[in-house]
Design a binder for this molecule. Structure first.
Ligand code: ATP
Ligand code: LTN
Length: 331
């Protein structure tokens, strides 16, 4: 039997945070032995908010290097740049005709980003979930490993797949989100009820994968904690709970184990331990990324072979879609 297909992507829209790592990329690595995986760099999604062209180009390569440094094996998984496979835009156009304006305008991310970028509420921003559905459905993916904030978008991809299949006959696999516990929602170090985000204006709110040891430790020292002095996870203590979640995700331990370890200890000692654990985990990734970025030709080859592989799969689905909807493709 064919292997199950996994699809996911990250936008090259800023420096990646430990939220992106724990919620998404780290889980992708674990899936690549068992499944047929496609991991993209979503540059077409990134331009829905303003990007500096030279920076977007540089970040695309940096993200490719980071994927590999985090453990994505380009021999096993197809690693490629979204815009290198034109079928993403083509399928998005078809799906636009089964997607409703009403449902897109209700998406949480659209509402948040429209508020944040009120001067630039463009069509792409609203169409973002349709392009994401096109990404997933092109590869007939069964499973989409993402952080909790993307669940709503994967649900839209499911709805569009079901709607299209009902209208035109069985065409798409209906995908499921895969949201693993632990790292699914890492919160801001400054406002621990909000998710950590790579585009937060406050640099102390997020730990970037590129932060050096001193920066990581300093940011954790400054992290907002809660009243009281106990180190336990609870709804009343969002700051401490977030730090415990981060610690456990990097140490691969349970919350109970971590609570026991820090019983009777103060916030200062706890924050230092979290900072050191995170810095220790990031340093080999940073070294590997720097090595990879020194050989741009090698990275270019990997992205080309990933795009070739993705293209073959995408072309098959798109041709089926065009047949179903009645696009003339020659006799
Ligand atoms: P932006 O701030 O530019 O909107 P982002 O930091 O939210 O970006 P995305 O590119 O939207 O990052 O997300 C990439 C992946 O990382 C997605 O699977 C998303 O669910 C996951 N992710 C993002 N932030 C977090 C977080 N704080 N905790 C867990 N997972 C996250
Ligand atoms: N919107 C996603 C990135 C993304 C994605 C996808 C994730 C683009 N296409 C397809 C899963 C499947 C985000 O994380 N912001």
């Amino acid at each position: 039997m064919d292997k199950k297909v996994i699809y996911s992507a990250v936008q090259p829209s800023g420096n990646l945070t430990i939220g992106n790592y724990l919620g998404a990329i780290r889980n992708w690595v674990k899936l690549q032995n068992e499944y047929d995986c496609f991991y993209a760099i979503a540059n077409m999604h990134a331009i829905t908010v303003k990007q500096e062209p030279a920076e977007l180009r540089r970040r695309t390569l940096e993200l490719a290097a980071l994927y590999i440094a985090c453990g994505i094996d380009p021999e096993k998984s197809a690693l490629y740049v979204q815009s290198h496979v034109p079928q993403h835009a083509e399928l998005c156009w078809v799906l636009n005709s089964v997607a409703y304006v009403g449902e897109m305008s209700r998406m949480t991310q659209f509402k948040d980003k429209s508020q944040k970028h009120a001067e630039n509420i463009n069509m792409g921003l609203m169409d973002y979930p349709v392009l994401m559905a096109a990404d997933i459905l092109l590869y007939q993916a069964q499973c989409v490993p993402v952080g909790a904030d993307q669940k709503q978008h994967v649900e839209i991809a499911r709805d569009l797949a079901i709607r299209f299949n009902n209208r035109y006959g069985e065409t798409f696999t209906v995908p499921e989100p895969l949201i693993l516990k632990g790292g699914a929602k890492i919160c801001s170090l400054q406002e621990p009820t909000k998710k950590m985000s790579k585009s937060d204006e406050n640099p102390n709110a997020s730990i970037f994968l590129t932060d050096d040891r001193d920066t990581v430790i300093r940011k954790f020292k400054r992290a907002v904690t809660d009243s009281g002095s106990e180190i336990v996870a609870s709804d009343e203590k969002p700051g401490v709970t977030n730090l415990l979640n981060i610690y456990c995700a990097f140490k691969n331990c349970t919350l109970q184990e971590a609570e026991r370890e820090f019983e009777g200890k103060g916030y200062g000692e706890f924050k230092l331990a979290v900072g050191e654990t995170v810095a220790d985990a990031l340093s080999p990734i940073q070294e590997e990324q720097a090595k990879l970025l020194a050989d741009k030709n090698y990275l270019g080859e990997i992205l080309k072979s990933g795009a070739d592989r993705a293209y073959r799969a995408a072309r098959r689905t798109l041709s089926k879609v065009y047949r179903k909807i009645g696009f003339y493709q020659g006799e």
